[in-house]
Design a protein around this ligand. Structure first.
Ligand SMILES: O=C(O)CC1=CCC(=O)O1
Length: 387
């Protein structure tokens, strides 16, 4: 392969189309410059394997945005970055990052370009976020959808509201969907430790209060499902329906060991046992956004908060206490869940009279991060909407 061919191949690999498409005018009016870009840049420095294509596109967006004044090229690399699997929310965070080093004028122009490309591609935009004061701390609440029944999404231990982002757009069609960060997680700040399942359940109700929601459809995954069940037992009048994803109604012996390991070994040591419990080998090998997001959340988690969360989860005390009388319940298991296995999940369904049990094929513990399509479809079927 000569340098020209390598440049063309790299350009197509990064951008998803040949250089003539975006640089046709350059080719017509300055073949020398076209050659310098394709052969010299894309066949040279930009083809080096040390940087992944994803890292390269993120770097290109940051450099061009920080320079300013090259908005057409910036838009082209924003499209390239999205093609390389960079998420819209990562591009928005990058614009904030640019504001720190290159100042607001360039960051604001970059933000306008990013928003323009997202608009043109018609994909899901990141939800609106609110800071909300709860009884003893503050947290962040993401919202999609402005009308229809309220749905509250309760995330799993060690991550934050963003684990719901892949399903929020679809759920928000005819619904008001809220996802928030638990105390000790994500962007929540100032909560005292230790804390209990009752504190976590009170926080969910506090979020509903902050948005004047009397009754909501409560959806929880993993520890979020434990919190959802605690709310349903303590305040059934606030629950319009309950969807339990990859969760448990009783504590596992391993919870205390996980708390101690966080304290003794640190968070880096939690990555392998946790991610291999949460994802399929195929996802771990291909490293999509969901795996990268979960890995990064664990790596950056505070080990004292990690231990506090596992100890709170030990207090889950809801087995046999859901009567099935006040609202419909969906129990959604993942066929390949190594943590809350289909046996555990069908056991829960068996203890909630009238509940519906569904098993998602090929799906591991982190259902929304690996199979958001299946989760969104199942929840969309179950939850009422104003359409
Ligand atoms: O396995 C996990 O990391 C999380 C988990 C254990 C029980 C549950 O509901 O979630």
């Amino acid at each position: 392969m000569n340098r020209g061919e390598r440049g063309r191949r790299e350009y197509e690999g990064l951008m998803g189309h040949g250089p003539e498409e975006a640089l046709g005018e350059v080719l017509r009016t300055s073949p020398q410059m076209f050659e310098a870009v394709v052969e010299g840049a894309f066949g040279g420095a930009l083809a080096r394997p040390e940087l992944s294509r994803r890292a390269r596109e993120l770097a290109s967006v940051a450099i061009i945005a920080a320079m300013g004044g090259a908005e057409r090229r910036l838009a082209s690399h924003v499209r390239g970055a999205l093609r390389q699997g960079v998420e819209p929310s990562e591009l928005l965070a990058l614009c904030e990052h640019i504001s720190v080093y290159a100042g607001f004028p360039r960051a604001l122009d970059a933000l306008a370009v990013v928003n323009g490309v997202l608009e043109e591609q018609g994909g899901a935009k990141p939800p609106r976020t609110h800071r909300v004061a709860l009884a003893d701390h503050e947290t962040v609440v993401a919202q999609k959808g402005e009308h229809g029944p309220a749905v509250i999404l309760s995330h799993s231990l060690g991550v934050d509201w963003r684990m719901w982002e892949p399903v929020m757009e679809r759920l928000a069609n005819g619904r008001r969907v809220f996802a928030y960060d638990f105390r000790g997680h994500g962007a929540a700040a100032g909560a005292p430790r230790p804390f209990t399942m009752d504190d976590l359940a009170a926080d969910l109700l506090g979020v509903l209060d902050a948005f004047d929601v009397d009754r909501a459809h409560v959806v929880g995954l993993s520890m979020g499902g434990g919190i959802a069940q605690t709310v349903a037992v303590r305040a059934p009048e606030r629950v319009a329906s309950l969807a339990l994803l990859a969760t448990t109604d009783h504590a596992f012996d391993s919870f205390e060991a996980r708390a101690r390991s966080g304290e003794a070994d640190g968070m880096e040591a939690q990555i392998v046992p946790t991610l291999t419990r949460w994802f399929t080998p195929a996802a771990l090998a291909t490293d999509p956004w969901g795996v990268r997001y979960a890995r990064e959340r664990i790596r950056r988690f505070d080990s004292a908060d990690w231990a506090a969360a596992w100890r709170a989860f030990r207090g889950v005390d809801v087995q046999g206490r859901l009567t099935g009388e006040d609202f419909p319940t969906l129990v959604l298991a993942g066929e390949l869940d190594a943590s809350t296995t289909p046996e555990i999940m069908s056991g829960i369904a068996g203890r909630v009279p009238g509940s519906t049990y569904r098993e998602l094929p090929g799906t591991p513990h982190m259902q929304t991060l690996e199979r958001p399509d299946l989760v969104a479809e199942a929840l969309d079927d179950f939850l009422p909407a104003d359409r």
